[in-house]
Design a protein around this ligand. Structure first.
Ligand code: NAD
Length: 326
């Protein structure tokens, strides 16, 4: 069996397969997380934006007190939302989010997107994070350099509430830039990554620099079809990766599901995955993706499906396209 963890630049180990918490309803999050731990999951991928950190932490604490796992065996990733990029806000949010999880520390803390939005006052931190103001009418950016936010993240590592830090949805230019001043390593880069959006240069650059990649939306259009109109628009009419001939052939050859082929294509290249499912059979199969190896030619045949097609693109789904970050 292949190695099931990846060593981060910070020196900490991160599981290669985890569970994504986006779109998991608050009401069921604690039970979902508890059951995922029972099924063998050790990495949970959260975000302030997903509005279920407290409940996820509750599920983990219950599993710890029932003796299923120890805190050290669990790895939590979470993210700083765009309204909190200023130093003092980033520090306050890291502390607040750490308290919400209630597990003593956060394993990996990421800057969610490379764009700063106007601050929403602390009293309203329960505001469901989104791209717009409270009235959901305008996107207001703020003049905060990434450097300020990155250095705030380094400070929360100094404080001991975060073990490793990284970024999400960044491209190579801003990674190269951070590498000119960082005091602590960029341990993780989380990106949309599936056969329709391979991002070969970004993946190569991150791996050359020792930045561990985590892929999100590994099944491509699948995740976006369940969202309201403007978010699903790009995914509609695109053939499902599960039905793709190349994926289907490999699924038959290795007697695994198409989902397992897609996840193995990533993990075999040292890229972590964080699929989400509420279905127990899928939960188990998504975790079981290290037990077979694709050939190099087969990996290339999947790479060749690349269409440069990005589904999580605020430059597309925000009204009037006020942000073009990709
Ligand atoms: P996903 O790739 O996990 O896909 C989820 C969809 O696939 C759901 O419809 C689910 O029912 C279905 N599915 C799951 N397992 C399956 C299986 N074995 N067979 C068939 N269908 C299956 O998509 P996602 O939720 O977009 O991404 C995963 C995680 O990545 C999120 O939960 C979140 O934690 C993270 N994420 C991060 C960002 C970011 O900006 N950093 C953006 C999106 C998602």
């Amino acid at each position: 069996m292949a190695k099931s963890t990846i060593t981060l630049a910070s020196g900490h180990e991160m599981p290669l397969v985890g569970f994504g918490l986006w779109k998991v309803p608050k009401e069921t999050t604690a039970d979902t997380v508890y059951n995922a731990i029972k099924a063998g999951y050790r990495l949970f991928d959260g975000a302030y934006d997903y509005q279920n950190e407290r409940e996820a932490g509750e599920g983990i604490r219950r599993a710890i007190s029932d003796g299923l796992v120890t805190r050290e065996e669990i790895f939590i990733t979470t993210k700083l939302w765009n309204n909190y990029h200023r130093r003092e806000h980033a520090l306050a949010m890291a502390r607040k989010q750490n308290e919400a999880w209630g597990l003593g520390y956060i394993d990996l803390y990421l800057i969610h997107f490379p764009v700063a939005l106007e601050y929403i006052p602390a009293a309203e931190l329960e505001f469901p994070a989104w791209w717009m103001d409270k009235e959901r009418s305008v996107v207001k950016t703020d003049r905060v350099p990434i450097r300020e936010t990155w250095e705030a993240l380094e400070s929360v590592v100094d404080e001991g509430i975060v073990r490793s830090i990284g970024v999400s949805n960044f491209q190579t230019q801003s990674l190269y830039d951070i590498l000119t001043y960082n005091r602590r390593p960029i341990s993780g880069l989380q990106i949309e990554h599936h056969p329709y959006l391979v991002q070969r240069d970004l993946v190569a650059m991150a791996q050359e620099k020792g930045i561990a990649i985590t892929a999100y939306s590994s099944f491509g259009p699948q995740s976006f079809l369940e969202l309201p109109a403007v978010f699903s628009e790009k995914a509609k009419g695109i053939s499902l990766l599960f039905d793709n001939e190349v994926i289907q052939k490999l699924s038959a050859k290795y007697a695994v599901t198409p989902a397992q082929v897609l996840l193995r294509w990533a993990t075999q290249r040292g890229i972590a995955v964080i699929p989400k499912s509420n279905n127990p059979a899928r939960l188990a199969q998504n975790l079981d993706v290290l037990g077979f190896d694709l050939t190099q030619d087969e990996i290339e045949s999947i790479n060749a499906l690349d269409k440069g097609l990005r589904f999580n693109d605020p430059g597309f789904y925000l009204p009037n396209h006020p942000l073009r970050i990709f």
